[in-house]
Design a protein around this ligand. Structure first.
Ligand code: GLA
Ligand code: GLA
Length: 667
């Protein structure tokens, strides 16, 4: 359970009472009760109202808001309010504004206009955080701390002089000597050698490609700079309220922040999911994938869906509303995949400002609306799910997701542009369609619980990761590695002598060259006449001990392996020299994946998502009908109480379009 104070699925949203006169607040409380709201995120953008002038704090309005919430049995995820500094900070400290790669300062007037290394910003943010914690530490409404907001969302990098100086300190801690830095950055190339620390700059706009190791280290440094802000606030909060969990809101696969690192700093993972209702099924699968990533960040611990849109957003070129039933369906998708909270941006749709056409739980048109009535009925319905709290999703398959490798891979000057998330998604979708649960792991993480681990692309491979993989396979694990993997070390320096470096013996092969985007390339599986297209990539592989399962059938690499299996220790290591097409997956599935005991939650039926959440003694099967027609689902061995209707079910169940069922089975 995320907090004993609130032993229910969290339900609510961002609450911005400062945008409304106080008489509206009473109405808010009445409507929150009607909607079954039990938690709201308060004060996320309130800094200018809490500290209208430097050092002059005004808390009385927030006192009244929190008292009102407590009187109405609504808890607060109280924000530290540091996401949008007041105008006076930029006026007093122009250097607190971030600077882009071309040397331009951002202006205030939007939000997130702070340099993560600005001393003024850090001091003022810490002071405000401390005062909020001090004042509200014993307030009965306080259930959770919401640190800042979507770190890095608009400004993930600052390249100002202050950051440059901090970067040099960071580098000198990492490399100790300039000689080491020159070596690790490969500065013999293009006369980039440094003779003094103060010659080193952030990777600002240069005539052509910047040094890739410098760029990579800057990404690490910025990630850590932002994380340091979050940690600093968390530390202040924990000092005052050691028992109140802290969180901030993540953004799924957001590239600039290594969320595996970030999750360590927080008590609970929370994230914001905004699938485009016009982009189904792609967007709905992406949301599922990101939910699974969020669940994986803290080893399977339940997370919070901190924000989603009640209906439409305001920031796409075309902002489609969610059709009737879709908001409910997608909320249950989050719960099915491990969320213990379903929250929205925002409670009441704004009257002014850039987000006034973003949907709210309470629309401009008021409570007699489709959106509010769907919100209210979901809030009431979620009260039936207390038993699901704390349940886990158990996966035997894991996909390797490594931010560091992604940062390196997606820099310029590569054989072709490769998109890490697209590769993860490609693999993920094959399992998603089969209703086979998948976790995400780091290359150096603990893989003991998984039967099958797949790294669709692991361009950067550290010595520790290679050891982890070797030990996993040796002990009986099954590992699948995709092409263009094991190419560079942590400084983006190429391993000499063939790929995947450090793992050639485990994979039983060596790659000597590649052909991105081959034309009309096909491959064939043994004993199968059909030709499978391989249009993304070809690694030209020389086999040592691996067995060849499929070969390329065209071009100068005809006859070379496309898919191999190597027995290593007690396990198996597969190498995919091209993107595995779904027909290969079907072939793999019918072979050893089944032997590994990897089974779907329920046999797949198109558009029916099935996920199991469980805890000792209890199991819940979530069924989601994403189709626009009613579907009858064969429940197989599942029979018991269906939580939403309260009826006992067995055999088959009928799901309405966008319909949901949750069947409990006692173990
Ligand atoms: C030009 C430059 C070389 C090298 C090549 C790469 O010819 O003169 O230094 O960068 O491009 O194609
Ligand atoms: C993000 C932010 C919110 C709001 C929404 C709009 O999730 O955290 O403040 O801007 O986007 O979709």
């Amino acid at each position: 359970m995320i907090t004993a104070k609130l032993p229910h699925i969290f339900y609510g949203g961002d609450y911005n009472p400062e945008q409304w006169p106080e008489d509206v607040w009473r109405d808010d409380m009445r409507l929150m009760r009607e909607a079954g709201v039990n938690l709201v995120s308060v004060g996320i953008f309130s800094w200018a109202k809490l500290e209208p002038r430097p050092g002059q704090y005004v808390f009385d309005w927030l006192d009244r808001v929190l008292d009102l919430l407590a009187e109405n049995d609504v808890f607060a995820a109280l924000a530290t309010a540091t996401a949008s500094p007041p105008a006076w900070l930029a006026k007093l400290h122009p250097e607190s504004l971030p600077q882009d790669a071309e040397g331009r300062r951002y202006s205030p007037g939007g939000r997130q206009h702070y340099c993560p290394n600005s001393a003024a910003y850090k001091e003022r943010a810490a002071e405000l955080t401390g005062r909020l914690a001090q004042r509200y530490k014993a307030h009965p409404a306080l259930a959770l701390w919401h640190i800042n907001n979507e770190y890095g969302c608009h400004v993930s990098e600052c390249l100002c002089d202050v950051c440059a100086a901090r970067f040099r300190q960071w580098l000198s801690a990492r490399y100790k000597t300039l000689e080491q830095l020159n070596e690790r950055w490969g500065t013999a190339f293009w006369s980039q050698r440094y003779d003094a620390w103060d010659e080193i700059l952030p990777p600002r706009k240069a005539p052509t490609f910047c040094n890739p190791a410098q760029q990579l280290d800057y990404k690490r440094f910025m990630n850590e700079s932002l994380l340091a802000l979050c940690r600093a606030e968390a530390e202040i909060l924990r000092k005052h309220t050691p028992k109140v969990p802290v969180t901030t809101n993540f953004m799924g696969f957001f590239k600039p922040l290594d969320y595996f690192q970030w999750a360590q700093a927080l008590d609970v993972v929370a994230w914001d999911s905004y699938p485009d209702p016009d982009g189904v099924p792609e967007e709905r699968i992406h949301a599922a994938c990101a939910h699974d990533l969020m669940r994986s960040l803290k080893g399977g611990q339940p997370f919070v869906l901190m924000e989603q849109a009640p209906s439409q957003v305001n920031w796409r070129a075309v902002n489609a509303p969610k059709r009737p039933g879709v908001m409910r369906l997608w909320s249950y998708q989050a719960v099915a995949r491990g969320a213990d909270g379903v929250m929205f941006f925002q409670w009441r749709a704004s009257k002014a400002g850039a987000e006034k056409f973003h949907s709210g739980m309470v629309p401009h048109a008021g409570k007699q609306t489709r959106v509010f009535s769907e919100i209210a009925s979901l809030g009431q319905e979620l009260k039936k799910l207390d038993a699901v709290l704390g349940c886990r999703v158990e996966a035997k398959v894991a996909l390797v997701c490594d931010w560091q490798s992604r940062w390196a891979l997606e820099q310029d000057s590569k054989p072709a542009r490769l998109d890490t998330v697209r590769h993860l998604r490609y693999c993920y979708d094959l399992f998603y369609e089969q209703n086979i649960p998948v976790d995400f792991v780091q290359p150096e993480g603990d893989w003991a619980q998984y039967k099958l681990v797949i790294a669709p692309v692991l361009y950067m491979l550290t010595a520790r990761a290679a050891e982890n993989i070797r030990a996993y396979v040796n002990a009986g694990g099954c590992f699948v590695l995709g092409y263009f993997s094991g190419i560079v070390d942590e400084n983006d320096q190429v391993y000499i002598g063939g790929y995947p470096a450090l793992l050639k013996d485990v994979m039983g092969l060596s790659v000597e060259e590649w052909r991105p985007h081959p034309e009309k390339c096909v491959a064939q599986l043994p004993g199968r006449p059909e030709e499978i297209p391989c249009s993304t990539w070809v690694d030209v592989v020389n086999v040592k001990s691996a067995q060849v399962s499929a070969v390329f059938a065209s071009d100068y690499f005809a006859g070379k392996p496309a898919l191999t299996i190597n027995e290593y220790g007690k396990g198996k290591a597969l190498y995919a020299a091209t993107l595995l097409e779904p027909s290969w997956m079907a072939w793999l599935m019918s072979g050893f994946i089944e032997q590994l005991g990897i089974r779907p939650a329920l046999p797949a039926a198109r558009g029916i998502e099935a996920v199991v959440r469980s805890k000792p003694g209890r199991q819940f099967l979530f069924l989601l009908n994403h189709n626009q027609k009613p579907e009858t689902v064969d429940l197989g061995p599942w029979s018991g109480k269906e939580l939403l209707s309260g009826k006992t079910v067995q055999g088959r169940i009928m799901l309405e379009p966008n319909g949901v069922a949750i069947v409990e089975r006692k173990k």
